[in-house]
Design a protein around this ligand. Structure first.
Ligand code: SAM
Length: 245
């Protein structure tokens, strides 16, 4: 059954009025008529069964039932990504959403390209739409939480990150430890925070600073991967170790 997004302010009582985009998709593309049932999700993890009442303007629906969404996105998996070129970041946002990442923390480090921050300005709404679309496509009920851009020094020492979180910093010069040889193997349910550098990577000082803050450096083999390749590969392998793929 097709599933559509709404924000809580679009609901009054058991009636929901969808936004123009979702309405157009239902009435013009799918040509659904009143009486047809669809699923709705509010982005907070609840799934609703609803009946289409009117498609003349913005589509109006009546909620018939609700259930809490499968916790597809609730893997306790966080990703921190040094600021990279906008198109690459948008690919990473989409893939991390599909792969079940819970929270995404863009950060600024010494080798991030300075002018990128200007390009990032005003993109928040677009990036949340990319995440929402990826959620719809992969039937994920809870969207990935997109954080504001933090400086590197803050990312490695976030107060909200519990002590039991496994903190892994991916470094192309790490030759001893990889995801299969971690001192503490990843188990289903382990909360994990993964950190990836920008196109220019991490400087030595950042590696040392992260080490002092309890981050373990991890290698992904001999080849130097593009930033976006490293994130997708590492998140997939970690999700496998966590029993989610
Ligand atoms: N500093 C490198 C250089 O200039 O050749 C490239 C950095 S790479 C493009 C961007 C990020 O991807 C790195 O900071 C690291 O987080 C990750 N990465 C790429 N290859 C990796 C590997 N073989 N092992 C671990 N992490 C890797």
């Amino acid at each position: 059954m097709r599933r559509f997004f709404f924000n809580t302010e679009q609901r009054s009582g058991e009636t929901v009025i969808l936004c123009a985009d979702e309405s157009r998709h239902i009435s013009r593309v799918l040509r659904y008529k009143p009486g047809r049932q669809v699923e709705l999700q509010d982005g907070k993890g609840t799934i609703y069964l609803a009946e289409i009442m009117d498609t003349s303007e913005n589509v109006r629906l009546r909620i018939l039932a609700e259930r809490s969404g499968a916790k597809k996105g609730n893997t306790g998996l966080l990703v921190g990504q040094g600021v990279i070129k906008t198109k690459k970041l948008e690919l990473v946002l989409q893939k991390c959403t599909e792969l079940g990442v819970d929270g995404f923390y863009p950060f600024l480090s010494s080798r991030c390209q300075g002018d990128l921050i200007r390009q990032y300005r005003g993109k928040g709404e677009r990036w949340r739409r990319i995440i929402d679309e990826a959620c719809k496509q992969c039937l994920r009920s809870r969207p990935m939480d997109l954080q504001a851009i933090h400086p590197f020094e803050e990312i490695i020492d976030l107060p909200e990150i519990e002590d039991n979180v496994v903190k892994l910093l991916f470094w192309e010069h790490e030759r001893e430890t990889n995801l299969a040889s971690l001192q503490e193997p990843l188990r289903p349910g382990s909360p994990v925070f993964l950190l990836f550098g920008p196109e220019g990577g991490f400087c030595e000082e950042e590696i040392e600073c992260a080490g002092r803050a309890g981050w373990q450096t991890v290698g992904l083999g001999q080849r130097i991967l593009r930033a976006e390749t490293a994130v997708i590969a590492a998140v997939s392998i970690v999700q496998h170790h966590l029993g989610n793929m």
